[in-house]
Design a protein. Structure first.
Length: 356
């Protein structure tokens, strides 16, 4: 299964997964910041984009093409809409996989209005011919429409109005250099700091009309994996719990109790993440162990372990991928309240991961 594919309707809902599910998509529109001032965090990208747009506005010109790269749920789609809003321009939304043929792209490009923002999500998944057409469109505001077939085919050049391409990708490394070079500005989105996520949570709680205190927001922020989409999703689940089990107000205790029910621990690990770590520690003494063996031990597909659980575990410094296999770090042992074999002298008991 391809977990990068947000349009894959068979992807099971996962509370801490960064891919958007149906409910997210419905709520995300309502929770999206509408302008740069409302957009929380990403100071660097925000400052840089602000300059790009201000300068373009002052010149009365169309903003340069913008590439936004970063992990799912960090705000790429949100920023693209903000760019259009700040430039006072309409926005057209499409995605790499939606453009099968160069002709599809030609149709979109030739119907753009002057100054319009074209948002191309998952730009790394575009077909080769479409990509080549895009090179010319970005650089010269021109496309060649091919009429006819074989030796008699002719290219009819078509002038395009100036437009701003905003490309988004979770895999900037997969973009061919000629495409990457045609963007006037590339913004790299980073994972959010806990304090920034707290602000995201307070803002969303406000919009959802949910009462939450500072500590409640901090509790959720700490478990959100640096990702606003996950913060918003956990907030909604904690709200449910607060409504059913308490008076609706989210405090630290309520947040901790709710997230224990959903099996999201104090560092944001969910059941699968912990199962992987537990197998690695308890069955294989911390590794190294091969990915396939590890996957069998937790009863999951290899791909699920590799693409769903591991990236976060690696980022958190709990697991390392080595040429000889997967290895647990000392932090993994202490997170699960276990003692590494070589240092088995102090018996520190199982700690309460859910913080209840
Ligand atoms: N800086 C931010 N401030 C407040 N909310 C944010 C911010 N960034 C993202 N969000 C919220 O997080 C959710 C996900 O953001 P968005 O859809 O823009 O992510 P994305 O990077 O496009 O993800 P994907 O790669 O899956 O398409 C949205 O509901 C948005 O409101
Ligand atoms: Mg998006």
């Amino acid at each position: 299964m391809n977990w990068d594919d947000t349009t894959d309707e068979t992807a099971p809902e996962r509370l801490v997964g960064s891919v958007a599910d149906g409910e997210d998509q419905a709520v995300e529109a309502a929770l999206r910041p509408k302008d740069l001032g409302e957009f929380i965090g990403q100071e660097k990208v925000r400052e840089q984009l602000d300059l790009v747009m201000r300068a373009a506005r002052a010149r009365g010109a169309t903003a340069d093409h913008v590439l936004l790269s970063g992990a799912p749920g960090l705000g790429k789609t949100t920023l693209s809409m903000i760019i259009a809003a700040e430039m006072n321009a309409p926005i057209r939304i499409t995605s790499g996989p939606a453009i099968q043929h160069a002709g599809d792209l030609a149709a979109i490009l030739s119907s753009l209005q002057e100054g319009e923002v074209l948002f191309l999500d998952e730009i790394h998944r575009m077909s080769r011919p479409a990509e080549e057409m895009l090179y010319m469109a970005m650089e010269d505001y021109r496309v060649d429409v091919i009429v006819g077939k074989g030796p008699g085919a002719t290219a009819i050049p078509l002038e395009l109005p100036p437009f701003t391409l905003v490309g988004a990708t979770t895999r900037a490394g997969l973009l061919p250099p000629p495409l990457r070079d045609r963007f006037g500005f590339t913004g790299h989105m980073e994972f959010y700091e806990p304090l920034e996520l707290e602000r995201v949570i307070h803002r969303s709680a406000n919009l959802l009309d949910v009462e939450i205190d500072t500590e409640g927001a901090a509790e959720i922020a700490g478990r959100s994996r640096g990702t606003p989409r996950i913060a918003n999703r956990l907030l909604r689940r904690v709200r449910d719990y607060a409504q059913v089990k308490a008076d609706g107000v989210i405090t630290r205790d309520i947040a901790a109790a709710a997230l224990a029910v959903y099996e999201v621990d104090v560092r944001g690990l969910d059941r699968l993440d912990r199962a992987v770590l537990q197998a690695l520690l308890k069955l294989f003494g911390g590794g190294p162990v091969g990915l396939s063996t590890l996957a069998v031990a937790v009863g999951e597909e290899r791909e699920t372990v590799e693409e769903v659980a591991e990236p976060f575990l690696v980022r958190e410094g709990l697991l390392a991928r080595t040429p000889r296999g997967r290895v647990a770090t000392p932090a993994a042992w202490s997170h699960l309240g276990l003692t590494p074999p070589q240092a088995a002298q102090t018996g520190n008991g199982q700690q309460d991961l859910f913080g209840t």
